[in-house]
Design a binder for this molecule. Structure first.
Ligand SMILES: Nc1ncnc2c1ncn2[C@@H]1O[C@H](COP(=O)(O)OP(=O)(O)OP(=O)(O)O)[C@@H](O)[C@H]1O
Ligand SMILES: CC(C)(CO)[C@@H](O)C(=O)NCCC(=O)O
Ligand SMILES: [K+]
Length: 257
């Protein structure tokens, strides 16, 4: 079975793919100090608790945090006796090479999203991923990643307000009933929520102006459903686009060995 690991700046997600479906998905806060042994104790405990019989023999990793890759590699070598495929490393092939400025390193999560988006929806896509950062990945007609947008993430924006302004509390994002907030919390929620709706609308509109083909908009990441409620921002919300992309890239590399 395949262990797919999507390591973001905030959370790391582990999924087990049995060749047809995901058997389980677990998340843990990203921490570069976590050792391979700690990952193993955590993973094997969850496997036992959920009574999943998984014999992991292969692994694929996407990590936006370079420092964690070392311990994840040790985890795979020591406990699953395999060499993980790491997206972004030269030995990991992609179906279509990205077309960006020379010397630019594209975030592996964006490359993975591109592969999954193209597989599911074809070319000419804008993929919006609501993670630590909110990214827009533009996918060309042939499935190539050709660039996009990086904006501060929703939770990051809320955290920044709280950190920088003494009188502003920490607030969780929700959809407010109105734009005019009648208390501090409601005002902050309005700023971030309606600000984000405007950000997504504006960026999508601008990208479309720069393209010569109709562009579909696909959203993913934990907060995508929140911004999908009652608006026409997205053509489709995909819960686990990055995980699907990891499985696709792993299969592509095996098939083209
Ligand atoms: N399964 C989940 N259970 C609870 N909250 C979730 C879940 N998935 C997503 N969320 C919420 O949505 C947010 C965004 O999730 P997502 O995994 O897309 O990005 P992230 O973990 O914040 O960022 P990154 O991927 O950059 O580490 C999370 O921080 C969390 O608040
Ligand atoms: C933008 C993030 C942080 C989103 O997870 C990640 O994709 C990343 O670190 N990217 C590197 C720069 C780039 O993608 O152009
Ligand atoms: K993510």
């Amino acid at each position: 079975m395949l262990l797919a690991i999507d390591c973001g700046n905030t959370n790391t997600v582990f999924s087990i793919w049995d060749g047809t479906q995901f058997l389980a998905t677990w998340r843990i806060a990203t921490d570069h100090k976590r050792t391979a042994d700690e990952y193993h104790v955590w993973l094997s405990t969850l496997l036992t608790l959920t009574k999943i019989e998984a014999r992991i023999t292969e692994a694929v990793i996407s990590s936006t945090v370079p420092r964690v890759v070392f311990n994840l590699r040790v985890l795979c070598n020591r406990y699953y006796d395999c060499r993980p495929l790491v997206v972004g490393k030269p030995e990991c092939r992609l179906p279509v090479a990205p077309r960006v400025d020379q010397g630019t390193t594209v975030g592996p999560d964006r490359l993975v999203n591109t592969v999954a988006g193209f597989h599911l929806h074809g070319g000419n896509l804008i993929i919006v991923d609501f993670g630590t950062a909110t990214t827009f990945d533009v996918v060309d007609a042939d499935g190539a990643y050709i660039g996009g947008v990086i904006a501060p993430g929703v939770n990051l924006s809320l955290e920044a307000l709280h950190m920088a302004a003494a009188a502003l509390p920490h607030v969780d994002v929700t959809k407010p009933h109105a734009a005019i907030g009648t208390n501090t919390v409601a005002c902050i929620q309005s700023g971030v929520y309606w600000g984000y709706i405007g950000l997504v609308e504006g960026i999508v509109r601008q990208i479309r102006l720069e393209r010569h083909a109709p562009m579909k908009v696909i959203a993913t990441g934990g907060l995508a459903p929140l911004f999908d409620q009652g608006f026409d921002l997205f053509d489709k919300v995909e819960d686990d686009l990055t995980m699907q992309g990891l499985v696709l890239i792993h299969r592509y590399n095996k098939d083209t060995e």
